[in-house]
Design a protein around this ligand. Structure first.
Ligand SMILES: [Zn+2]
Length: 490
């Protein structure tokens, strides 16, 4: 059986910013919708919409999803997506942290103390650290080990009526959303692109995971893949964490809770618990999804410390470094200060995407060069348009975009020539000119959905213009190395 990556052709789409789950088109100042000041000044009269690039994944390994998370993608069910950081109304940054990066604020300490008080038997109390420090991991483990009323259970991410009832209650009371159904819940929080075997896992895997508190130091977690962690208090399901356990860490997908327990600060508790699990299970990172510094609903994530991903350079930058480099809501792109003044082109990306992103070290001096590269007068557009024209002469139907926005969002039919975090068109052109693209020959399977025919990719230059463009777009989204072995639905 085919066990690699099966995806649909990449898509780019625009929706009204009023449908943006973060700003809902309610920013008070128009300039706050723009990625950079120069875009605002050049485009008075039109406002950015919600612009997303992605693909449907029918089958994907956990390892591949790990890589994609580290390129700025997230998943909603089987759909893998990221926003266009230039054209979208909000900048969504991948944020991750580590258990030892967390600084326990007063707020987190209080949430944890109240939780202990609620779930511990009245005759039990915790061994407080005599110096008054807060070792949240020990505190959580001790609380849960002593509690008889509270327990959690990891299980496969599959539909149950009980979970759906909790979801319905949560959506209605917390998000004022009455437009849900068992089907939408299943699609959003149960479905995933992982194989059935991966979703169901083995008894051994779940047992080890559910005993995370007792994992011996240095042991390896057997469970990889999606999971639902159900929280029970006095036998009732009061919350559920939807997570993906990846080789490089635990990714928090969604968290739902019973509104009757709103005083419990279950969201904060779940983050501290998941960080504790990561620590005990020897996982490295806690992926918290997207961080938006101009959206209160999402900026709380900075409270757990960590770093943000610069998708253009495939590099994580610690939040404390960014405080000086970046303005809230705006785009940032880092470059070593030592680079020459004139460098205003998109960073080379393809080879970097084959590996894990690096993290900017404490010592290295970096600048934010977003305006120089992606600003209205930045170098990215002319360079990408030049590449688009050259690709067209090679029979690959790219066209030059108007500067700097390209077409109005409503008119975008294909992926714009410049999207931060996608492999720049100049690199795609080089791959073709230097024939590096030929590594895909016989290494990509095309499944024609209309004809029901399956075949291997032949010589790239002999393929139809349409297939060439789809292949180039896939490489733009995930890099050449990750495209190898792909089964593409066209
Ligand atoms: Zn928005």
């Amino acid at each position: 059986m085919f066990d690699g990556l099966i995806i649909s052709r990449p898509v780019y789409f625009t929706e009204s910013r009023s449908r943006c789950g973060y700003c809902s088109a309610k920013k008070t100042r128009d300039e706050d919708y723009y990625c950079l000041d120069s875009w605002y000044h050049a485009n008075e009269g039109t406002l950015p919409e919600n612009c997303t690039v992605g693909f449907q994944a029918e089958l994907m390994s956990v390892e591949m999803y790990d890589k994609l998370c580290n390129m700025g993608y997230r998943r909603s069910g089987k759909f893998i997506y990221k926003v266009d950081m230039l054209r979208n109304c909000c900048r969504l940054y991948t944020i991750r942290t580590k258990p030892d990066m967390v600084i326990m604020s007063k707020e987190l300490k209080i949430a944890l103390r109240r939780f202990s008080k609620r779930v511990l038997p009245s005759d039990k109390s915790l061994h407080r650290n005599p110096k008054g420090g807060c070792h949240y991991i020990d505190e959580i483990i001790e609380t849960e080990s002593l509690s008889q009323s509270f327990k959690t259970c990891f299980e496969p991410a599959v539909f149950t009526e009980e979970k759906y009832r909790l979801f319905a209650k949560y959506q209605e009371h917390v998000h004022n959303d009455f437009d849900h159904s068992a089907k939408s819940f299943k699609r959003f929080l149960c479905d995933s692109p992982f194989s059935k075997e991966t979703v169901l896992g083995t008894k051994e895997e779940w047992e080890q995971l559910n005993n995370w508190k007792e994992l011996p130091q240095g042991s390896r977690l057997k469970r990889l893949g999606p999971a639902h962690e159900c929280y029970y208090f006095e036998g009732n399901l009061i919350a559920m964490a939807v997570t993906d356990i990846l080789p490089s860490g635990l990714s928090s997908v969604y968290f739902i809770w019973d509104p009757e327990y709103y005083k419990w600060s279950l969201g904060k508790l779940s983050a501290l618990r998941e960080l504790s699990i990561i620590s005990k299970a020897n996982l490295k990172y806690y992926y918290m999804g997207y961080y938006l510094d101009d959206c209160p609903k999402m900026s709380y994530k900075a409270k757990y410390g960590g770093e943000l991903l610069d998708v253009s350079s495939h590099t994580y930058v610690p939040l404390d470094r960014l405080a000086k480099l970046k303005r809230p809501g705006k785009l940032f792109v880092i470059q070593a200060t030592s680079k020459s003044e004139t460098e205003n082109t998109e960073p080379i990306l393809n080879d970097a995407l084959a590996g894990a992103p690096r993290t900017v070290s404490e010592a290295s001096a970096v600048d934010n060069v977003a305006e120089k590269i992606y600003g209205v007068n930045g170098g990215a557009y002319s360079e990408a348009n030049e590449a688009a024209r050259a690709l067209a002469t090679l029979g690959i139907p790219y066209t030059a975009d108007e500067l700097p926005f390209g077409p109005q969002p409503q008119e975008i039919r294909s992926i714009p020539n410049v999207v931060p975090g996608l492999v720049p068109l100049k690199e795609i052109l080089q791959m073709i000119v230097q024939d590096r693209i030929s590594i895909l020959k016989g290494n990509v399977t095309l499944f024609d959905m209309l004809e029901g025919e399956m075949r291997r990719l032949g010589n790239f230059e002999d393929e139809s213009p349409e297939i060439k463009k789809i292949i180039c777009d896939v490489v733009r989204l995930i890099g050449l190395e990750n495209t190898k072995g792909l089964l593409l639905l066209v």
